[in-house]
Design a binder for this molecule. Sequence first.
Ligand code: TA6
Length: 313
Amino acid sequence: MAGEKPSVELCKGINGLDKVVLREVRGSSAEVYLFGGHVTSWKNEHGEELLFVSSKAIFKPPKAIRGGIPICFPQFSSHGNLEQHGFARNKFWSIDTNPPQLPSNSLIKTFVDLILKPTDDDFKIWPHSYEFRLRVALTPGGDLMLTSRIRNTNSDGKPFSFTFAYHTYFLVSDISEVRVEGLETLDYLDNLKERERFTEQGDAITFESEVDKIYLSTPTKIAIIDHEKKRTFVLRKDGLPDAVVWNPWDRKAKAMPDFGDDDYKHMLSVEAAAIEKPIILKPGEEWKGRIELSAVPSSYCSGQLDPQKVLQG
Ligand code: TA6
């Protein structure tokens, strides 16, 4: 409830899985499951959900949760010989009780730190020692921030490389009424055409069929405009040069057991990522990748809020 103290609460979620609930003074909230380090809810001060989670999502490890913000690490999609999207989203994370200092805005008081480290078994799959720290924070204004820090802790002097994505599922009212701004004229790899490289046309991106594209070296701000909901999501990103845009549309929707047949109408994945140039870390080195999500009331057509202003602001 608005007006109460900001809070961070560890509690039980679906199927008794541990989750942390963040609440901010003006009423916004977020939820993150220790399974997968997976954000499954982000609500504004009116209690309105902003992230899509499928009604058919399965909360049974090791199956990844369908929706919210799965984390793809150390491999995006099938770009390598590991399982699809790597293993971080299929692992149990722990609360990081003693995280190293993270320079951040002192106004941000509502956050939780999680950590993922490899088990002996994991070495058989990916023979590297690492520490993956994830901070999930909610600003007083209700923005959601995810900061990942990945450190190579190999003692054998070996570097390792990885690709990465915050696979964010935004909740939209009607996909055919959504526009994405900030990716115009950029090159992209089309996953529906064996990752062939193309250049995007000059206008905002709209949706009328399946899309699965990796935009390369994008601006640090992308706007997702939901006309019907009069809402603009602003995605700001650091350390993540690429952005994936995905909607499975009807046929693929039917093929996914944990996804409703009509769910594609109400979600759009826009994923801040590092794919084209894998991140390479020598022992002792650390990489940081951050997103900040805002949801601002907008009425594009009435010009009240022009996404271009958002993108330039
Ligand atoms: O990010 C887009 C994508 O790589 C698509 O190709 C599609 O496979 C989607 O991710 C979902 O992947 P998942 O493994 O969660 O079913």
